[in-house]
Design a protein around this ligand. Structure first.
Ligand SMILES: Cc1ncc(COP(=O)(O)O)c(C=O)c1O
Length: 373
């Protein structure tokens, strides 16, 4: 029997291990402003990689979103437009600021939030919009930026899944007002737990650095609301080592996705992921959709893949607005979300991570073809 093929897993080597040991030997595990030498090195290289002026490392991707919202001065009485078809982190970050998340619907092909749905959700209270780069495919970020500029609101891109993805030849992280990344263990680049906000705006960068460190302008001199979102020197050292490998990881993910598409396109029953013009995927997840099925039938297929030692997963079977806290609490607002509801019943994701060989991808694709035949 084959070993379980995981949906995503960290790809670590000697470089990461050696760099953490070096940090431990140095005795400098963190810094009181969150800006130790390893953090600064990681931030500089990450900013260069995405093509942004600033990168501010934080403790995780949700903290990155929360810090970005605070930097945009989002607070009680404000509204922030976000997708419901995404990880709950953005919604929670909005609620933590005291503002109200307003859920907008997605595009049925890209699974990213649609501009016309954002336009419908806009009110005088709207302070920011958070498009997610779903599964690693950039949202329509330039339309969001044009819209937001006209309305005077901030665009905070949730690129937790999209390290290395590109929009019109520019890397994600260099386009929106602020872009938030996650370095959780399963992500394209990991530090165990970790996150980053990138921006080209000096005042956002200055605010983010203070928010990360108790709102302090200098030690023990708090000038705005902040918290402790420091990333450790160990995590930053891992991130720096991982970043050097990221281009090779991304190439392998792309190749694996291409093989999956070659094999699965023969089936005719599946809607496969694709890259709209000008957008380049980071292939964090290879998400397919079985048209016309209900959730029970989709779940059965996912179970059958598990029985064949393939970890298929559903992101996201319960859209954020249908989780108990958001459904029952009086904390959010939404209009109709038909594409969100439909996608949550029909999608499932397959592994394409860089540890997988061509034969693993062929096995996954063949098994799925037989399962749905
Ligand atoms: C789209 C999205 N947003 C936000 C997050 C939150 O990141 P973290 O788990 O690092 O807090 C994640 C990762 O889990 C994610 O996938």
């Amino acid at each position: 029997m084959r070993e379980l093929i995981r949906i995503n897993q960290p790809f670590l080597g000697k470089e990461e291990i050696d760099s953490v040991v070096d940090v431990l030997r140095s005795g400098v595990l963190t810094d009181k402003s969150g800006m130790g030498p390893r953090v600064l090195e990681f931030e500089r290289s990450f900013a260069k990689f995405v093509g942004a002026k600033h990168a501010i490392a934080v403790v995780n991707g949700t903290a990155a979103l929360h810090a970005a919202l605070l930097a945009a001065d989002v607070s009680v009485g404000d509204e922030v437009i976000i997708p419901s078809f995404t990880f709950v982190g953005a919604a929670n970050a909005v609620v933590l600021t005291g503002a109200t998340p307003v859920f907008a619907d997605i595009d049925k092909d890209s699974y990213c939030m649609r501009l016309d749905s954002v336009e419908e959700a806009l009110t005088r209270k709207t302070k920011a919009v958070i498009p997610t780069d779903m599964y690693g495919l950039p949202a329509d970020i330039s339309s969001m930026m044009d819209f937001a500029r006209e309305k005077g609101i901030a665009v905070i891109e949730d690129a937790a899944q999209a390290h290395g993805a590109q929009f019109n030849g520019k890397r994600v992280g260099s386009i929106a007002d602020m872009t938030c990344f996650s370095f959780y263990a399963g992500k394209n680049l990991t530090t165990g737990e970790g996150g980053m906000v990138t921006t080209n705006d000096d005042s956002y960068a200055q605010a983010l650095r203070m928010i990360r460190s108790q709102g302090e302008q200098r030690p023990y001199w708090t000038v705005r609301l902040g918290t402790n979102y420091h990333i450790t020197e160990m995590a930053a050292a891992i991130g720096f080592a991982q970043l050097k490998k990221l281009p090779a990881f991304l190439e392998k993910r792309r190749r694996n996705a291409e093989i999956a598409t070659e094999r699965l396109s023969m089936s005719g029953k599946l809607f496969l992921p694709h890259e709209p013009d000008g957008r380049s995927h980071s292939w964090y997840l290879y998400t397919v959709r079985l048209r016309g099925v209900n959730a029970a039938k989709r779940n059965k297929i996912v179970d059958r893949l598990w029985n064949k030692n393939i970890e298929s997963a559903v992101y996201y079977a319960t859209p954020v607005h249908s989780t108990p806290y958001y459904r029952d609490g009086n904390v959010s607002r939404r209009g109709r979300l038909p594409e969100t509801e439909k996608a949550s019943r029909q999608v499932f994701s397959l592994p394409v991570h860089p540890k997988l060989s061509e034969s693993d991808i062929e096995y996954v694709s063949e098994t799925l073809r037989k399962t749905i035949a």
